[in-house]
Design a protein around this ligand. Structure first.
Ligand SMILES: C[S@@+](CC[C@H](N)C(=O)[O-])C[C@H]1O[C@@H](n2cnc3c(N)ncnc32)[C@H](O)[C@@H]1O
Length: 283
């Protein structure tokens, strides 16, 4: 690591350390491994978009894929994944490329696309635009996309710690979405479904929009919304937030005192993968 940091002039390789830390999400990886083992057959061509540590690409090679392409925008992650491929004897079957997914338009399409850029609510990570690009340019018409579909949800939430972090020593900062641990927040309404996505469909810059009255189910102070998701990896294999994802907290400008039975009207819109497109207001 010290050699890598010196040669590449990286001060602190946050992105690389983050993707290596995802190797600890054993339930999540197990579900992807089950799907890959059911789908990938000898001779298939597989691509892993957003490969990170390379774990899903390596699982595809282990399952018998004859040719795996692994792409990631982060050069350090690709170098790490390449090392892992060498350590496991897969260097001849996995080809790595440092690339934004949009720049990857192959001459020959793939039997299987693995694309794991999931995040709560799909506001920040590139899952929706990357899957849409893959459906249009990378996946064979009869091919399989992993994961295949997902749905996103919101609830009113009390989360003083994340809401108040934007004011410190009498200094104020612009509020931004924050990932939080489930135990940091108390949900004050039931979950409401915001949208569903068929990831094999091509959806250019789809806008997620809602104007909802969320009913309060317990007294408290609403500091914002919490966003989460569930996804179908393949058929009956489903990913749920407990598989390792943190929730996304969207702070309101003002906190709202609520009683059980009250309703809070929430207007929300955003383009998945473009957090700066977020518009959020309440009544
Ligand atoms: C949630 S991580 C998943 C890593 C790995 N597939 C796994 O399952 O542990 C998402 C990965 O997508 C990569 N990524 C983000 N934006 C990208 C883009 N525009 N093009 C290619 N890769 C991207 C990140 O660098 C990161 O490694």
């Amino acid at each position: 690591m010290a050699k890598l940091m010196k040669e590449k002039k990286i001060a602190t390789p946050f992105a690389l350390l983050h993707v290596a830390s995802l190797l600890s999400q054993r339930t999540r990886i197990q579900k992807f491994a089950e799907a890959i083992n059911r789908i990938v057959k000898q001779g298939m061509r597989v691509i892993d978009i957003g490969t990170g540590s390379g774990v899903l690409a390596l699982l595809a090679a282990q399952a018998g894929a004859s040719e795996v392409t692994a792409i990631d925008i982060n050069k350090e992650s690709i170098e790490y994944a390449q090392l892992a491929a060498r350590m496991n004897g897969f260097e001849d079957r996995i080809r790595f490329e440092v690339k934004h997914f949009e720049e990857f338009i192959p001459d020959e399409k793939y039997d299987v696309v693995i694309c794991e850029m999931l995040s709560s609510m799909m506001l920040i990570e590139q899952q929706i635009p990357a899957s849409s690009h893959a459906a249009k340019h990378i996946l064979k018409p009869e091919g399989v996309m992993i994961p295949g579909s997902l749905a996103i949800y919101i609830a009113l939430t009390e989360c003083e710690s994340a809401w108040s972090r934007f004011c410190i020593h009498d200094l104020r900062f612009p509020k931004l979405p924050q990932t939080i641990a489930k135990e940091d927040a108390k949900d004050l309404s039931d979950l409401a479904k915001l949208a569903s996505f068929d990831l094999v469909a091509v959806e250019e810059s789809r806008v997620v929009e809602c104007d909802l009255n969320l009913k309060v189910v317990q007294k408290g102070v609403v500091h914002g919304l919490v966003g989460l998701f569930d996804a179908e990896v393949y058929k009956d294999i489903r990913l749920i937030p407990e598989d390792g994802w943190r929730e996304l907290f969207l702070p309101f400008d003002k906190a709202i005192d609520v009683d059980m039975g009250d309703e809070v009207r929430v207007k929300l819109s955003f383009i998945p993968g473009q957090y700066e497109s977020l518009s959020l207001s309440t009544e």
